[in-house]
Design a protein around this ligand. Structure first.
Ligand code: SAM
Ligand code: SF4
Ligand code: SF4
Length: 336
């Protein structure tokens, strides 16, 4: 297996694939309805990479060192026959791990099929337990109860579940402790994600971020936490466990303690563009190349130098200036 590294010595090890730019939620911080409304032009189906195209690219990325693939979106469970894609990916030799990030609304319906296809783990995003608040965030009439039922179903069929909560000041910070208490009781790992300035639609500024330190402080008033060593170099979440239990709580500190120096992640957006950073402005059009009928060598010859030239460290360098002026890709499209 080849190992390719970028300009900062970071190997290519993880790949996130956005399988659709569509979503059944309109989270106010991600796809606000004013922008992603009835008239919004989502990608036509034929412009999405097909499962065969995704599989072929995934194989090449794995040959180049990728060990983990995460499927995301938009809402990946809206992509028709997603379990068929999982089946194809599971068969790739050398791939160690496949994950899926979902809002959980359709998890109850699909959990069994996902597990049967070979998926082992899901990350479910849930920003509040309080139903009124949750529905005001997702702006699409889905109850927190429905997501919780999806989580239960996933556990019943044997999927490992982690829950992700984006914390935004004034939006859901009052849910930090209730979420911890609930998922501690359930024995499910919860990870708090600092609100980031992804895309152009979410009106982000520094004052809306609730930092790891602030969340930790809130948790410490209720629970005794002890640090857990990282499982591998470059692990993104800072992990803790509730003392006396195996249940973990983690923090994705993209803003307050950036982790660009160990970022080994590539992304393929819904339209088949290859991005080397969540905050990238340009991506290499792998779909156009693949559809021009080239062989695998030509695809490799595009992917390798793109990674080797990578210098991205946006979160390390984030300033008022970059937040305002950089033209970033929407989260629902590049894949969170
Ligand atoms: N729809 C799926 C879901 O919500 O899990 C997958 C895609 S979504 C873009 C992936 C993750 O990104 C979700 O956990 C979401 O909360 C998170 N996210 C979206 N916008 C964000 C932002 N501005 N800052 C931090 N996380 C964000
Ligand atoms: Fe959809 Fe996920 Fe974005 Fe919410 S965070 S709008 S569920 S893509
Ligand atoms: Fe990786 Fe870019 Fe995020 Fe830094 S800002 S951790 S380089 S995706």
């Amino acid at each position: 297996m080849t190992i390719i590294t970028d300009k900062l010595g970071r190997p290519l090890q993880d790949l996130r694939i956005s399988v659709t730019d569509r979503c059944n939620f309109r989270c106010t911080y991600c796809m606000p309805r004013e922008i992603f409304g009835k008239d919004y032009a989502f990608m036509p189906r034929e412009q999405l990479l097909s499962f065969e195209e995704i599989e072929r690219l995934a194989r090449i990325f794995v040959e180049l060192g990728v060990k983990k693939i995460r499927l995301t979106g938009g809402e990946p469970l809206l992509r028709r026959n997603l379990p068929d894609l999982i089946e194809k990916l599971v068969a790739i030799e050398g791939l160690e791990d496949i994950g899926l990030t979902t809002n959980g609304a359709l998890l109850g319906k699909y959990a069994e099929r996902l597990k049967a296809a070979g998926l082992e783990r899901v990350n479910v995003s849930l920003d509040a337990l309080d139903d009124t608040l949750f529905q005001s965030i997702n702006d699409s009439g889905v109850s927190s109860e429905k997501v919780l039922r999806g989580i239960k179903k996933a556990q019943e069929v044997g999927l490992e579940v982690k829950v992700n909560m984006v914390v935004k000041k004034g939006m859901n910070d009052q849910q930090v402790v209730p979420m911890a208490a609930y998922f501690k009781e359930q024995g499910i790992a919860l990870r708090y994600i600092e609100f980031m300035d992804v895309g152009q639609s979410n009106g982000w500024d520094f004052t809306q971020v609730v930092t790891k330190q602030e969340i930790f402080q809130l948790l410490s008033e209720q629970f005794e936490l002890e640090p857990v060593d990282p499982a591998y170099v470059g692990e993104v979440a800072k992990r803790y466990r509730y003392k006396g239990t195996d249940t973990e709580v983690g923090f994705i500190t993209s803003v307050s303690e950036s982790f660009c120096s160990t970022c080994t992640r590539a992304r393929i957006a819904a339209d088949g563009r290859f991005y080397t950073c969540l905050f990238a402005t340009n991506g290499f059009d792998l779909k156009q190349l693949i559809r021009s009928g080239v062989d695998d060598d030509a695809l490799r010859a595009a992917i390798v130098p793109t990674w080797q030239q990578r210098k991205d460290r946006y979160s390390d360098e984030r300033t008022e200036e970059t937040v305002k002026n950089r033209k970033k890709i929407e989260m629902s499209y590049i894949g969170g």
